[in-house]
Design a protein. Structure first.
Length: 284
């Protein structure tokens, strides 16, 4: 029996499912618009909370980052990162990376994409790049809106450090960019979990919920001090290391350790996703 080796004239595997096509598809989905709206509204919710509650001020003679929220737009942006990095910013990462492949399977369109034919590795690569791009956009949207809203409400000024001192506006902007970059890198573990689960199930909610659930489990385990140094191997242990960047004398060691750990875990999970999907019998 002869093997069919010919392909259609002009067919190029690398030109199937272009990134711009996948990006437009994902941008126009309702869940993308809803998530963007939630992140854009959060700074205004906090503005109202501070307006109703009054100036945070220092309590119990111990000044925290929250107490400096109304000092300037930069402080307000830093507070928004602080209150959202632990959980809220996990949601868009899990949503964009966990829903991307599983949703195609739930719509029974995955097999038609592969029959187009779109190579499996190409399909996963396009979806992963777009999902990570949307995740990064979500993390940029929150502090940018917060900075604009905070500046309008509290003025443009230096970033006041709770422990004393301040960072001028130029330095503060650079440190906040570094903080956002680190938060994105630290969330790559959640992205890897969600993407891997997305290739394993036809239920988008299962992939998204599984990634969020495992991230929460990591946070709970990090709170168990009896684990001692074993907590250093938990990505959650380093999730707030970005706060070291907004100090008069920044400390980068925690961010480096957390970043290396997150990237390592993420690469393993992405590799598992590609390997498993390449051998999967796709019937949806």
């Amino acid at each position: 029996m002869s093997t069919l080796t010919e392909v259609a004239p002009g067919y190029r595997a690398g030109r199937t499912l272009p990134l711009r096509v996948e990006l437009v598809r994902q941008l126009t989905r309702r869940r993308t618009l809803v998530m963007g709206a939630i992140l854009a509204v959060l700074p205004f919710v906090l503005l109202i909370a501070f307006a109703v509650g009054g100036d945070p001020g220092a309590r119990n003679n111990q000044v925290t980052l929250m107490d400096t929220a109304t000092a300037s737009g930069a402080n307000f942006a830093a507070v928004n990162l602080f209150v959202s990095a632990g959980f809220l910013l996990v949601i868009p990462v899990a949503l964009f990376c966990g829903d991307t492949v599983a949703s195609e399977a739930s719509w029974s369109s995955l097999r038609y994409l592969l029959a187009a034919p779109v190579p499996r590795a190409r399909l996963l690569w396009s979806k992963l790049v777009v999902a990570l791009g949307l995740s990064l956009a979500a993390m940029l949207l929150l502090p940018l809106v917060a900075l604009a809203a905070g500046t309008a409400a509290y003025g443009w000024g230096p970033l006041e450090i709770p422990t004393g001192g301040a960072l001028d506006t130029g330095t503060a902007a650079q440190r906040l960019v570094a903080a956002v970059a680190y938060i994105f890198v630290s969330q790559l573990v959640t992205a890897g979990l969600a993407f891997w689960l997305s290739t394993k199930t036809d239920a988008p909610l299962g992939a998204v919920g599984g990634a969020v659930g495992l991230t929460i489990v990591g946070n709970v385990l990090d709170a168990v001090t009896a684990l001692g140094h074993w907590r250093d191997f938990l990505p959650a242990h380093w999730q707030f290391a970005w706060a070291d960047a907004v100090q008069p004398h920044p400390e980068w060691s925690g961010m480096i350790q957390g970043g290396v750990l997150s990237v390592t875990y993420a690469l393993v999970l992405f590799a598992l996703a590609f390997r498993g999907f390449s051998r999967k019998d796709v019937v949806s």
